[in-house]
Design a protein around this ligand. Structure first.
Ligand SMILES: C[S@@+](CC[C@H](N)C(=O)[O-])C[C@H]1O[C@@H](n2cnc3c(N)ncnc32)[C@H](O)[C@@H]1O
Length: 278
């Protein structure tokens, strides 16, 4: 409980009060109920269907002893209500089975933030202990950084020391920060628009997401998470529209971001996703 921030504590206390109001037991221990809510948050898992849509929360005592790694060797999937842990690589006898509690397609800071906020711990996995080291900086620049505009260059870019923009670490080309800002603003405007469209007009939503995709292809590295998320959104709507061939093409486009570096756990889910569609 000591690791939980104040806002979360207040939420647990409010939930405990609600339980007390419903049960009306004279000797109810509010602190104990709040503690139980915090234990549930750290040990429960989101139960998803075959298309990774969340169905609810489940507490599985055996699964809850499995630790987290941002470089997992297994994934947790659900067959109905049954939780299944599936190896995604050879796990030698005596090695620890590790799953990921969070979306692994994110840079170290993003992942650490998610783990602290949702599970209240500082991750000490082999990927997180490399934070700030060159491998980690490169992975972050690929997943969340900008694209080099040099013809055929797929280098990653880092902010230049004069703060004029971003320098490609492969060919040395500078990308002006004003240009980056302008495209980012256009993407933001379209993203605000598309949120309202997704429920009301799917065709228009796909059209707008494709405009965002074009801008993001110009702005971000080809393995960018932002680009992948836009493609996942297009894929979801195409599936709802039963546009299977185009959905398959988009499903395949989302794979490279997961293949980059170490994000292979999601691949298994992605291939399952494809099997469910086709
Ligand atoms: C679902 S439990 C996992 C089992 C737990 N280690 C145990 O002994 O019961 C989740 C808790 O394990 C710890 N944990 C899991 N993965 C970790 C990691 N990669 N780094 C640090 N702590 C971790 C955290 O305290 C987290 O709240």
């Amino acid at each position: 409980m000591s690791d939980i921030d104040e806002k979360q504590m207040i939420l647990y206390a409010q939930m405990a009060n609600l339980v007390s109001l419903i049960l009306q037991w004279p000797d109810i221990n509010l602190k104990e109920i709040a503690e139980n809510f915090s234990k549930l948050a750290c040990n429960a898992h989101t139960v998803c269907d075959g298309e990774l849509r969340p169905l609810g929360t489940g507490l599985y005592p055996v699964i809850s002893i499995i630790n987290h790694s941002c470089l997992p060797n297994a994934v947790l999937v659900f067959e109905g209500r049954t939780a299944v842990v599936r190896a995604i690589q050879h796990i030698p006898i005596g090695s620890e089975v590790m799953i990921s509690y969070i979306e692994t397609a994110g840079n170290t800071m993003t992942r650490q933030k998610a783990l602290i906020e949702q599970y209240f711990f500082n991750c000490a996995c082999p990927r997180c202990v490399k934070m700030g080291q060159s491998d980690d900086v490169i992975e972050s620049a690929i997943l969340e950084g900008y694209r080099c505009k040099g013809e055929g260059c797929n280098g990653f870019m880092l902010r230049d020391s004069d703060d004029k923009g971003f320098i490609c670490q492969k060919c040395g080309l500078l990308r002006d920060k004003e240009e980056v800002r302008q495209i980012a603003n256009e993407i933001k405007t379209l993203s605000n628009k598309v949120e309202n469209l997704a429920a009301s007009d799917r065709q228009k939503a796909v059209h707008t997401y494709k405009e965002i995709e074009d801008l993001q292809m110009n702005l971000f590295h080809s393995h960018s998470i932002n680009l992948m998320r836009t493609r996942e959104a297009i894929l979801k709507i195409l599936m709802e529209l039963c546009e299977w061939q185009e959905a398959l093409a988009y499903c395949r486009l989302t794979v490279p971001a997961y293949e980059s570096g170490s994000i292979k756990s999601k691949l298994l889910l992605c291939s399952e996703h494809q099997q469910n569609i086709f």
